[in-house]
Design a protein around this ligand. Sequence first.
Ligand code: ADP
Length: 188
Amino acid sequence: MRIVLLGPPGSGKGTQAALLHERLDLAHISTGALLRDAVDQQTELGQQAQRYMDAGNLVPDDLMLGLIEERLGQPDVANGFILDGYPRNLAQAEALDAVLERIGQPVDVAISVTVNEQEIVDRLSKRAIEEGRSDDTEEVIRNRLRVYAEQTAPVAGHYAARGQLREIDGMGAIDDVQQRLLDALQAG
Ligand code: ADP
């Protein structure tokens, strides 16, 4: 199964993707994690991406496309995948369609995880304290939420137009959300 997980920062999609990876043995492809690795290793991509990430802006599409194409070329992808953090705008959604068509692995379903705004702010503030991520300061969080609303939210429509979008409630316990996700994958 090939899944795109959509949801705002703090929606818990990374946590849910990791659990789904364990359960279904699908490749978990988190572009945020791939980028943070590149930054830690100070690769050329990492050096270019860092200032965008630190400001809470999207890393340019051409850099992202190279990253995602390379990841999708790895052998574990043949078993199916969960995309977590990509696509993040309509241009990325179209570029992804082209890559997946070329490798014969089109998306089966997109799941949008919804969470109310106050919960998002609470979760991200908590994560800032626990993980110390450099993009979890209040000002940057606000910008990430704005970027999400303006650029990423429309991506749901891309999949809805093809009848591939399902929504789940991301509020409540992690295990409960996981169960909703599994139910949504089974439905239809
Ligand atoms: P969150 O979903 O909590 O914002 P991520 O770990 O998914 O966190 O992403 C962190 C940062 O990495 C983003 O704010 C952005 O700068 C960059 N990033 C991740 N995925 C993409 C993408 N598909 N396109 C552009 N930038 C991205």
